[in-house]
Write a protein that binds this ligand. Structure first.
Ligand code: COA
Length: 182
């Protein structure tokens, strides 16, 4: 169990609740509407829960073809993230509603970042806190940078990324690359 820096959590519009002493690695927060949610780092053992979230993700392929529209591609994609990445699951109302992953390249000391929140749960601060958790892990492990690609018109995602410190590093018209120095 660890504590997010309060300044970051406040900037996300969400408030950290407290430490849950009985469960390791879980951070509890409040969303912008005052409802609690929790984020936990998980690995391959959560495959079925994560698949369930993405099976309910609508519309699929919303961002750069992700999450994959076809079920078998979706399964492969989720398995790859769980096997090769650091994964953070956000649970609210007893179900998984958001997921973020860092795919580290330890030789380069960097990691690619992805984040997805179910439509009904967006704009409440969850994506920001997921991103902060991923940043914290990457920093603690010793990565120097995180990077991502985002469609140029995905204004909500770009807002989240800029808020936590990502910066554009190219001039792409349809797709932009952003980098965060940790
Ligand atoms: C991008 C995504 C992960 C963000 O998660 P989220 O939980 O909605 O994010 P948050 O609620 O923490 O923050 C959203 C921010 O965008 C802002 N926002 C919403 N719509 C916006 C718009 N059209 N233009 C600019 N900012 C916008 C919100 O006001 C909020 O900022 P604030 O907290 O400073 O007020 C989520 O929207 C999502 O899953 N989108 C579909 C998949 C996707 O695009 N993933 C990213 C792939 S690169």
């Amino acid at each position: 169990m660890f504590t997010l820096p309060m300044t970051l959590t406040q900037r996300a519009g969400a408030r950290q609740l407290n430490r849950d002493k009985n469960r390791c690695g879980i951070v509890k927060c409040f969303d912008k509407e005052g409802r609690s949610f929790e984020i936990e780092e998980r690995s391959v053992d959560c495959l079925s829960h994560l698949m369930h979230m993405y099976e309910n993700f609508f519309p699929r392929a919303i961002s750069q073809g992700l999450p994959p529209a076809r079920d078998d591609d979706l399964n492969q994609w989720v398995c790859r993230l769980l096997e090769s990445g650091w994964n953070f699951l956000c649970r609210q109302d007893g179900v998984i509603v958001g997921h973020a992953a860092v795919l580290p390249d330890l030789d380069k000391s960097d990691g690619e970042y992805v984040v997805f929140v179910l439509q009904a749960y967006r704009n409440k601060g969850l994506g920001t806190v997921l991103t902060e958790m991923a940043m914290r892990k990457a920093r603690n492990v010793g990565l120097h940078t995180m990077w991502l690609t985002v469609e140029a018109f995905n204004f909500r995602a770009i807002k989240v990324y800029k808020k936590v410190g990502f910066e554009f590093c190219d001039e792409g018209e349809r797709e932009r690359t952003m980098v965060l120095r940790l």
